[in-house]
Write a protein that binds this ligand. Sequence first.
Ligand code: AMP
Length: 397
Amino acid sequence: MNDRVLVVNCGSSSLKLAVFDQSDATIATALAERLGADNATASLRYNGEKQALALTPGAGHAAALNDIIAALADQNILKQAPIAVGHRVVHGGEAFKGAARITTDVLQAIEACCNLAPLHNPVNLLGIQATRTLFPDVPQVAVFDTAFHQSLPPHAYLYALPKRFYEDWGVRRYGFHGTSHAFMLEETARRLGKPATETSLISAHLGNGCSITAIRNGASVDTSMGLTPLEGLVMGTRSGDIDPGLFDFLADKDISAERLHRTLNNESGLLGLSGLTNDMRTLIEAADNGHADAQLALDVFCFRLARYIGAMLVSLEQLDALVFTGGIGENSARVRAETLNHLGLLGFAVDDARNQAHGRSSEPLGAIHGPDSRFRIMVIPTDEERVIAREALKHAQ
Ligand code: AMP
């Protein structure tokens, strides 16, 4: 019997696919990168092995999707059409408080959010259209990065701007990485043996993009990203918070709005501060070899993160755990230690040995706190694709 669920995650120039079975096991994953460029590549992970896949020359998202699905069929990974397809969609605005089965109305609503996420929603739509063409009879489900944060109270989602900016144009904080933060909630609650609706967390998703969320009794109540995924923490190439007075200050400096947009999104963050790299692993190696600006970038990253952890506490009545995830959160003992060192006054205390082991060897919780810590601190690998597969199955029925 066919039991495969396909997950499609279209980034601005990349495409990730994952195939699950109904019992939640990952069967295969595929990744295509630098789509639209001459040096686009694709690879497939299956049965513990990684193999390169051929792409149609000049492949964009739709062609790459066709190439990868053809390879999955060739290798009997997808012998028939899947039973459901789950799509990651970045922005659902205020229209979506959860995942949604894709219909013409849902497509229109996603399209209406394109102005809020111009780099992401249009490519998400491309992925949906290409998959619908391939599998016209299969239920398709959209899972939104913003949906988990629709529980934010107005005091957390409103900017202190004239209220008509919100009323007329939807200018408010939406929050992102919702699928990952929702997974953190489920997984932490499972490990602690508590219902998710009684679990309160601070969830730090630290990858190339970074965001932090306060979750009170299972609901997102504050988060660091805002109208766009630029606000908040220092990221690989994004600045995070800046003084909005900067725009005025730069008005006579011959920097166009478009140039500034590119600087804030693509040339700032760890890359901008270090002048070297957006990659945390490379940055730490450089800092260890005496690169002063690499250390400075690391220091700014950890200080801003610590400041946000403190800020997230004000939305909570109690805290079951501070959880770290994402490529940096899961793998960098250095970032976690440097961040937590700022938070001694609040009662966070890390255990060095557990931290170095990334919470993997010590005990099943993934805990890295010491005996004197006021709060649990845990490291949990995220799995956004798995959440999308679960949601696709749930909404396809
Ligand atoms: P992601 O976007 O979740 O794939 O995370 C990518 C980020 O994780 C990059 O900045 C990587 O350098 C970082 N990363 C991955 N492994 C490590 C590691 N062992 N130490 C420090 N950073 C890491």
